[in-house]
Design a protein around this ligand. Structure first.
Ligand SMILES: *[C@@H]1O[C@H](CO)[C@@H](O)[C@H](O)[C@H]1NC(C)=O
Ligand SMILES: *[C@@H]1O[C@H](CO)[C@@H](O)[C@H](O)[C@H]1NC(C)=O
Ligand SMILES: *[C@@H]1O[C@H](CO)[C@@H](O)[C@H](O)[C@H]1NC(C)=O
Ligand SMILES: *[C@@H]1O[C@H](CO)[C@@H](O)[C@H](O)[C@H]1NC(C)=O
Ligand SMILES: *[C@@H]1O[C@H](CO)[C@@H](O)[C@H](O)[C@H]1NC(C)=O
Length: 503
């Protein structure tokens, strides 16, 4: 346990050692690195105008050096001015959420575990990932990385002036994410994602603005629709489509049923025309070669376009084979679905029950109020790809044998949880969490831990977990999706025994 007496002792030692060193404070604090007297390295002086010093040191520095360094010498690794956040001294198995935003310099200490961190670091990572920096005592083993902030993805810009961009997460960023990959794409007003197709199925949620889609299937049946934020589309593998932003521009999230999918590897109509002999193009479209004088020089990818007519019917090309049948359509106006309200938030599900074409990607959009959480559960055979639209949350991924790791998420982060791995999503902030769970299967299913225990013979659970009958009798036998909880996530710290984390 970190004590005040320890702190005093360390402050005293520090005074002596900094007198010995007599060094000026490094001037890098605007970047938040811990380079001051509390620890860290002394950075080399960067303002050299002429070559000086030597690249290599003398050979007599090798091994034992006389006279030996004093035991208390060197740049001290002792950290003074340790401030712990509320809950940090509590038993580490409680695993309370630690809000490191409350301190300038977070420390990797939880209960009796850990030690101060004197080293070079960037505090913002630790503030965003408190459960990595000071893990709950219940975390154990080596669970594969389950978080990718899209803010760390390299953006690919469109062509032309400020037409848009796209950034992605696939197996390169998250090696465990083998079944699904994601893209966040932005189109300026009237800009296009050019006519294209790909080998994976594509599921999309519009995040902002509005967009016009058009497509045709292998039967020659046509599809055209306008979607707004909250709506969803699904394009089966190989089906070509165009996406054009309407007047307010658009941002959307794409999920593919292939972890190795790359947005840079799609089939583009511009490239198909550039990579075929003009003689063939001429014959194929039954038009003189000169018709192709205005082909673009290179792929267009994302590019600015002429405004789509406000009246969508003007762009509806009549096919002799008609339009896609309602059950085959590629869009679902999910924004207009009323969510299912439960204590702690809301849930809405979209799968083949109401959106038949989306045969292998389905989703739940979940809102979790402060203090509440998406209950502990797992998905039977599908991995889960998730995305945080709002708020901050944490997830503990438990996997066999006996390993678990807790990850923290904020808006714009992607999460990935392999099939059968148990997890919860706990709101760790003061605003609602909104997040998307995408599964690689036709129907959205999950197995609720609380419901399972409620529907298992009492004696079996008592013999196994030591849980009393009254605890189990209070569990609802219905799936609740969410569980409510105290908004103060550290209220259990130092609280008398018997205090609950809910209420
Ligand atoms: C497009 O035309 C088809 C008939 O070919 C019609 O069924 C469909 O509703 C039209 N779509 C729009 C958006 O006007
Ligand atoms: C939209 O365009 C269609 C086809 O051109 C036309 O029949 C219809 O009257 C237009 N609707 C409006 C509201 O202008
Ligand atoms: C569309 O799909 C639903 C659900 O599978 C089914 O009940 C309905 O009969 C289908 N409608 C048509 C026109 O095929
Ligand atoms: C949460 O509860 C703890 C323990 O009662 C208290 O010290 C802390 O100030 C509370 N935090 C907030 C934000 O109310
Ligand atoms: C509180 O819990 C601790 C640890 O489980 C236990 O040792 C202690 O006896 C409990 N105290 C009371 C008053 O129940």
């Amino acid at each position: 346990m970190w004590s005040f007496a320890n702190t005093l002792r360390y402050v005293a030692v520090l005074r002596i050692s900094s007198l010995v060193a007599g060094l000026p404070a490094p001037q890098m604090s605007q970047f938040g690195e811990n380079t001051g007297p509390v620890g860290g390295v002394n950075p080399p002086t960067p303002t050299v105008t002429a070559a000086s010093g030597s690249l290599y040191g003398p050979s007599d520095l090798l091994g034992e050096v006389y006279p030996p360094a004093p035991v208390s010498g060197g740049d001290s690794a002792i950290v003074s001015d340790v401030t712990l956040v509320n809950g940090q001294e509590a038993d580490s198995d409680l695993g309370l959420y630690l809000d490191f935003n409350g301190v300038e310099v977070p420390q990797p200490i939880r209960g009796d575990a850990g030690q101060t961190d004197p080293g070079p670091r960037t505090y913002e990572y630790e503030q965003l990932n408190p459960d990595h920096y000071a893990p709950p005592g219940t975390d154990d083993g080596d669970v594969p990385q389950a978080k990718w902030p899209l803010g760390l993805s390299h953006n690919r810009f469109g062509t032309g002036r400020q037409s848009g961009w796209a950034r992605q997460q696939n197996e390169n960023q998250l090696p465990a994410a083998t079944a699904m990959a994601g893209v966040d794409m932005r189109l300026a007003p009237h800009a296009y994602r050019e006519l294209h197709w790909h080998t994976a199925n594509e599921w999309s949620l519009v995040l902002k603005g509005s967009v016009r889609l058009s497509s045709m299937n292998e039967e020659g049946q046509t599809f055209i629709d306008d979607l707004v934020a909250g709506d969803v589309w699904f394009f089966p593998a190989g089906i070509p489509h165009s996406i054009q932003a309407l007047d307010q521009g658009v941002e959307f999230l794409l999920v593919f049923d292939d972890g190795s999918f790359s947005e840079d590897g799609t089939f583009l109509v511009s490239e198909m025309f550039l990579r075929n002999p003009k003689e063939v193009l001429s014959k194929n479209l039954q038009t003189p070669v000169s018709s192709f004088d205005n082909l673009p020089d290179d792929e267009l990818y994302i590019f600015n376009g002429t405004p789509a007519p406000a009246n969508i019917s003007e762009q509806n090309v009549t096919s002799p084979y008609g339009a896609l049948a309602p059950n085959d359509t590629y869009s679902y106006h999910w924004s207009q679905q009323q969510p299912y309200a439960v204590p702690g938030g809301t849930v809405k599900i979209l799968d083949t029950t109401t959106f038949p074409i989306s045969t292998d990607l389905c989703a739940a959009l979940v809102t979790i109020q402060p203090g509440a959480m998406r209950e502990m559960h797992w998905h039977l055979t599908s991995d889960e790809w998730n995305y945080f639209l709002r708020g901050s949350a944490r997830i503990t991924v438990y996997t066999a044998p006996s390993m678990s790791r807790t990850f923290d998420y904020t808006a714009g982060d992607v999460g990935y949880i392999p099939a059968s791995n148990s997890h919860y999503i706990e709101n760790t902030g003061t605003v609602d969490v909104v997040f998307l769970e995408v599964l690689n299967q036709p129907r959205f299913t999950d197995l609720s831990v609380a419901q399972w225990l409620a529907l298992t013979p009492r004696q079996v659970v008592k013999d196994t977990l030591g849980l009393e009958r009254e605890v189990l009798d209070r569990l609802p036998k219905e799936k609740t999706y969410l569980k409510v909880g105290a908004r103060n996530l550290t209220a259990l710290a130092g609280a008398p025994n018997g205090t609950a984390a809910y209420e």
